[in-house]
Design a protein. Structure first.
Length: 646
């Protein structure tokens, strides 16, 4: 898994190391509970959670506090209206909830953005800790450890049923909502359950396992490693194979077998002992390296050595002594101390992360008129009219039913304007609020700007995102109502992030989505043509989101001379990837359904696309590649030339 974190190309499915871990963890936790004897329910739970707290919390708190303080030297603070995504993840990780936080943010684990969040990897610890709420209850109710073979049978069948249900959920979610399948605990229970079931089966070895036991552990290990080389597109089948092979490996690891001595070698055992600390610290080293010197062939040995040194130090001086120490005679107090440590560490994070005067950042800040996602809602006024920001936007599903007023969302005099322009789209439409000054001031246009975050560019494209209900409401209610206000000579301007139509490969799904986009635009044009309303469509801009680059990182800092955090696809690759979209839009333009607004040369004036315009302006206001005000003003000429009457 660490190799995959260094370079995903070397081991494409190396991320499946966490699935291996889940199986082993299920096996180990069942083993530990099998040897715990008590007839008291409070004693059972207090004993279990006190041990978990002593095992997990001290090393986690030390890791989170130190990693955050060190990383704050190099990771720039977010704008005042933002909340650091990695700070939030760190706080949630202290309470076993970082997986829920990442899921809520619609994080794509395989996107480059995860590589720059120092606490991304703690999602798996969150899954495990949430499992610790479910499984001990199952153990107690079954009577496992108290009622002999009867308790074992009950636990076996209960775990089997729960695991089958979890696997069905995983198989359903993986193709439809991969973030849920990846980050949430219920779709992961089956992997932990396999380990639990395996322990119960191995306690009563029978002839039915002899076929599996006969295979060499070396052969199973080779098959397991080979699976990690499968491409990312094989994720579903690779996950199932890895879980199966891990269980098989545990079955055939027996004394006197070839390979057993390797797995029980003292150095291998020691790696297992420090694995928790290594799990915590390896990602911190990689993440801080990405923010600073980068990951290079010459730096890898130093980075691996640092990972091991930090893991050994954590295991020797934090994890082991505090796990073995008697914190208090009362086990409930041990749990309270653990919660207190998590709260105290949260205080440290908030102190250095949210108090401006205590910022530890050592780099130089770049000046932008506005920065951060929250700046998309800041009001803007010209010619005595004001676009009021939040009133004009559906930010999430809670805004379903919201009314978007014409007055308050329009720049210019909507009633007496020579021409009206209705701008609709996802969050990118609001990024262009500052592009219409000349149209309003000199050409007597009125421009109404609206947005529904995460909305589909046309209603024909299904929306399965977290803002799906808002998108549906936007297209079914808001847009038709606003379109009814347009007449002859007016414009509908579709301003969306089109990166979703510029995939690295022409997958059937991408082709299908472009066809749906084309169909939707044709429908709109057919509906509006009799009224003389014309349509303009924003073409795709460079794929800056893939760089996961904050604007401040577009400049060289003293600590990142060897790395390039803003590595976008160049002009040639970007245009090549945009070609299927271009083909569809140019056909629509040729048939006079639309006019294309192409800002590509503004955002990529040279052969290499970078975060700066030709005049040196920063082109993006946040890591999600929303155009900056500076970029919007640079784009105003092209937008005006498209919408003006010649």
């Amino acid at each position: 898994m660490i190799i995959n974190h260094f370079n995903k190309v070397l081991l494409p499915s190396g991320y499946l190391g966490v699935d291996i871990f889940f199986v082993i963890s299920g096996y180990v936790i069942t083993s530990s509970l099998a040897n715990y004897r008590t007839e008291s329910l409070p004693d059972f739970f207090l004993g279990f959670y006190a041990r978990r707290v002593k095992r997990l919390v001290p090393a986690l708190c030390v890791f989170v506090a130190i990693s955050f303080i060190v990383s704050s030297l190099f990771i720039p603070p977010e704008p005042a209206l933002e909340f650091n995504s990695y700070l939030r993840t760190g706080i949630f990780s202290l309470f076993g909830l970082s997986n829920l936080n990442l899921f809520k943010q619609s994080t794509d684990y395989f996107a480059s953005s995860t590589e720059y969040n120092i606490f991304t990897h703690t999602w798996s610890l969150g899954v495990e800790e949430q499992f610790y709420i479910v499984f001990p209850l199952l153990v107690w109710l079954s009577g496992f450890g108290r009622n002999g073979s009867k308790g074992e049978r009950k636990l076996f069948w209960a775990t089997l049923i729960l695991s089958i249900g979890s696997l069905i959920g995983f198989l359903y979610l993986y193709p439809t909502n991969q973030s849920a399948a990846y980050f949430l605990m219920p779709p992961r229970i089956w992997e932990l359950g396999v380990g639990c079931l395996l322990f119960l089966i191995l306690r009563r070895r029978g002839s039915n396992l002899r076929l599996f036991e006969a295979v060499s552990p070396i052969l199973i290990t080779a098959a397991l490693v080979t699976t990690l080389f499968l491409p990312l597109s094989s994720g579903l089948i690779a996950t199932i194979i890895v879980v199966f092979l891990t269980a098989w490996l545990l079955i055939c690891l027996k004394p006197m077998k070839i390979g057993y001595s390797i797995f029980t070698h003292k150095n291998i055992i020691y790696i297992g002992q420090i694995s928790y600390s290594l799990y915590l610290w390896h990602w911190a080293v990689l993440c801080i390296s990405r923010w600073t010197i980068g990951l290079h062939w010459w730096s890898w040995p130093l980075q691996v050595a640092l990972m091991l040194a930090l893991a050994v130090a954590s295991y020797r001086y934090v994890e082991t002594p505090l796990r073995r120490a008697e914190w208090t005679a009362k086990r409930w107090r041990t749990i309270v101390y653990g919660i207190g440590a998590a709260i105290s560490t949260t205080g440290i994070l908030l102190l250095f992360g949210k108090v401006p005067g205590l910022s530890l950042y050592t780099g130089r800040q770049l000046q932008l008129m506005q920065a951060g996602v929250a700046s998309l809602t800041i009001p803007y006024s010209i010619n005595g009219t004001t676009w009021k920001g939040q009133e004009c936007i559906l930010t999430d599903n809670s805004d379903v039913g919201k009314h978007i007023p014409i007055i308050g969302c329009t720049l210019g005099d909507f009633s007496n304007a020579k021409r009206k322009v209705l701008v609709i789209g996802n969050s990118f439409s609001t990024a262009f609020v500052h592009s219409f000054d000349q149209l309003v001031k000199e050409d007597n246009y009125a421009v109404m700007i609206t947005s529904s975050y995460g909305a589909s560019p046309v209603k024909e494209i299904p929306n399965n995102g977290n803002q799906a209900k808002a998108s549906d409401y936007y297209w079914s209610t808001i847009i038709p109502g606003l379109l009814s206000k347009l007449g002859k000579g007016d414009w509908l301007f579709l301003a969306n992030d089109m990166s979703d139509f510029s995939k690295k490969d022409d997958s059937p799904d991408n082709i299908k989505k472009i066809a749906a986009l084309k169909e939707g635009i044709q429908r709109l044009s057919t509906e509006l043509y009799p009224r003389g309303v014309r349509i303009a469509v924003l073409d795709g801009i460079p794929l800056a989101r893939e760089a996961n680059c904050k604007p401040v990182n577009a400049a060289r800092q003293w600590f990142n001379s060897f790395s390039d955090q803003c590595d976008l696809p160049d002009r040639k690759e970007s245009l090549l990837r945009r070609k299927p979209l271009d083909d569809a839009l140019f056909e629509l333009q040729r048939r006079e359904y639309i006019k294309i607004v192409d800002l590509f040369m503004i955002f990529c004036p040279k052969e290499r696309c970078i975060y700066n315009a030709y005049d040196g302006s920063i082109l993006y206001r946040d890591k999600f590649s929303h155009p900056s005000i500076e970029a919007a003003k640079l784009s105003s000429g092209i937008i005006r030339d498209t919408l003006i009457d010649h």
